[in-house]
Every structure is written in C-alpha cells, then in structure tokens.
Design a protein around this ligand. Structure first.
Ligand code: 6PG
Length: 239
C-alpha cells in the first residue's frame, strides 16, 4: 500500500488539499471537469475547512468540479449527522461551486428508494448504466476497518452490480446509503484519511500487509498502488 505518514491531522489535511488541487487542475485541463465523491466522519473535517480557506478557495476552479457522496445517513440535509451538511458547512457554502454540480444523496422515504434514486442520478450524470468512474474518492477508515458504510461481515460487501445500496443498521434511525465496492474500486484515484490513536491497532495490520487486513472492508479497496494514497498521522501509525 502507498502510505504517507505525516505528523498530525493538520499535516494530512494539508496534503489532501494539495492532492485535491493538483488533481483538479489535471482533470479540468484534460476533461473540463473533475468529479469527486466525499466521505463523512470526523477526520476529513479539517481537510474540508482548508478547501474553503483563502489559499485553496482562490486556487481551485470550482465551477468545473462536481461533488457526489460516498455514503450518507438517512437523515434530512440539515441534520447534524448528515455528510452533506459536513461538507456544506465546512466548504461548499464558502466556495463558488455551482449548485447544479452538487449531487448529494437525497433522503427519500426509505433507504431502498434513496439508494435507487442516487444510483439513477449517477447513471444520468455519467451517461452509463455501467460503473461510473470517479476522478477522486475521499475515504476514511473506522476502528473496525470499515470504509464508506461497508462493514465487516455485511452482505453489502458481496454486491457486484448495484452502484449504491441501502445499509440497515441495528441502531434505530441510523440507516445509511453507500456506494458499493465495485464503484469504489473503479475510481481513478482514492485518498484515505486516517488519524488518531484509536486507529493504531488496525493501521498496524495494514502497514504490515497482514493477510488479515485484506478481510477488512478498507482492505478490499484495491486500486493500482499509484492511484491510492493513504494519508496517516503519526498517532494512527503508532509512532
Ligand atoms: C461516514 C464515513 C465512514 C468514515 C469512517 C471513519 O460517513 O461516517 O463515510 O466510513 O469515513 O467511519 O470515520 P472517522 O473519520 O470519524 O474516523
């Protein structure tokens, strides 16, 4: 795995913002657009804030960037747990992105309908019923090795054809919708952001390349080495 260990959350956030800027320039100059899928969780917050800060806000050509989401809680968009709200509050509300370029996972009346509507929206945007190719996907990893809303032992890991699926959680009112492994593995670039002591045990397995790590959902993301960048802070790396 291609891993960069940096001092702290601030450093990995800066690196992620630099990668975002670099790739956005490359894609916009060659394809006239840059299509990204964002994650929620706590780790990307600082990265998102940096995107909305003066330096990056002014350097990025927002009008050609499209935003999708990796996963979403089944909550209204104003809800504290909404992944859309996290991105909106931290940077989307501060940069000149076109409203029509924001393709959030819209909560409909059920997780199934929400997932199938999101799938349709991707098919329309990408103009294919096959797998979309995101230029960049931002992912995180939970302490249990989950990524997106793909959890160990879940049937969702076996999904081969659908682009987005509902994820029913044990906790009431916490169902989600997530992109599937085939979509994540079809991205052109993936950046994983991992920070904090609580991740150290799982990161150790990844860094050692243990077979065990391949069984975690995050270990099932297998793009070519050059196209996947893990950004890990020292605490998560256990050093
Ligand atoms: C979410 C995510 C999820 C997240 C991990 C890591 O919406 O919660 O997409 O997969 O990336 O749980 O979360 P932290 O960054 O909070 O550790």
């Amino acid at each position: 795995m291609r891993a960069l260990i940096l001092p702290d959350l601030e450093a990995i956030s800066h690196k992620a913002a630099e990668i975002f800027l670099y790739l956005s320039k490359q894609y916009i100059s060659s394809a006239k657009r840059f299509v990204v899928a964002l994650s929620g969780g706590t780790t990307p917050k600082r990265f998102y804030e940096l995107l909305g800060s003066d330096v990056f806000r002014d350097a990025i050509d927002w009008s050609h960037i499209h935003f999708f989401w990796v996963d979403e809680r089944c909550v209204p968009k104003e809800h504290e747990e909404s992944n859309y709200k996290l991105a909106y509050d931290t940077f989307l509300s501060k940069v000149p992105v076109r409203t029509s370029n924001i393709h959030r996972i819209k909560w409909e009346e059920s997780p199934d309908i929400t997932a199938s509507e999101y799938e349709k929206a991707m098919q329309t945007f990408f103009g294919t019923s096959g797998l979309p190719v995101f230029d960049l996907i931002i992912l995180g990893m939970g302490e249990d090795g989950h990524t997106a809303s793909l959890f160990s032992g879940s049937e969702s890991l076996k999904e081969k054809t659908r682009l987005a699926i509902p994820v029913y959680m044990r906790k009431p009112n916490s169902n989600r919708v997530t992109l599937t492994l085939p979509v994540l593995n079809n991205a052109s670039h993936i950046v994983f952001l991992v920070a904090g002591k609580s991740k150290a045990h799982i990161v150790k397995e990844f860094l050692a390349g243990d077979k065990e790590s391949k069984q975690f959902p995050a270990g099932l993301i297998n793009l070519e080495n050059d196209n996947i960048q893990w950004l890990i802070d020292r605490e998560a790396a256990g050093i």
